[in-house]
Design a protein around this ligand. Sequence first.
Ligand code: CP
Length: 305
Amino acid sequence: MRHLIGISDLTTGEIESLLNTADDIIARPGDYFGVCRGKKLATLFFEPSTRTRLSFEAAMLDLGGNVLGFSSASSSSASKGESVQDTVRTVSQYVDIIAMRHPREGAPLAASLRSDVPVINAGDGGHNHPTQTLADLTTIRREKGRLTDMTIGVCGDLKFGRTVHSLVEAMARYPGVRFVMISPEELKTPDYVTRSLSAQGVEYRETASLEEAMGELDVLYMTRVQRERFFNEEDYVRLKDSYILTPEKLESARRDLIVMHPLPRVNEISRQVDDDPRACYFKQVKNGKFVRMALILMLLEAAGQ
Ligand code: CP
């Protein structure tokens, strides 16, 4: 049984194949309608979501399949004390594939060990979010025409921001990619991520200044400070507006920069930036559905369905 728990579950060739399929779906959506007729996707979301859950559901519907699930732990039997493993083992009797989000790191992995169908990690705590990374890679490749030879600035909550951890892990595979990690001291990238970059010989540097880094970036990936992962409100309030991207700050950026954000945003990007042609965050949203369609097809095929 093939699952997607972390981006390392995919080879570079498989990522390329998924991105190619997403491009093909964008070019010829009619060719894909109905290919999952009779198949069911369950979205088991123990934590809030707008984009990931709805894009998975839209993806399956656009493939002609059906969807069922829940959008909070409180509306499932988890609220009665059922384990994640028992929930997934149960749901896997009803459906062909499961997308699952959980606040506990490692929960989708634990669930996958008990599932009779493919499990996709739709975000686990502050750990990983591999399908957001597939949306991000689709966007970078479509906008820049390549995944190699670029400087990527990741900015904001690099400690708890799971999308950053998965993105850095994925982009580190490509030659000529270097990273600038922009965060306050308290929200620096976890050691396990930077140690992995060093072990692979990938260039990176850490700074607290977005302004200082701006001019050297090909991609600027902004992130929200993850209020739900903080232990006290005081720290959150102190750090939440550490970085606010404005049109003025973008004046020193390259003309061909792309500005990304996994969303939801709070204050990290001023609404005025939305009209800048370099703003790509709503393109990420759109691309996310197409690459999730590609992923559903790949995992169902691997499961012999
Ligand atoms: N990017 C992302 O995971 O958004 P949601 O939390 O709305 O799913």
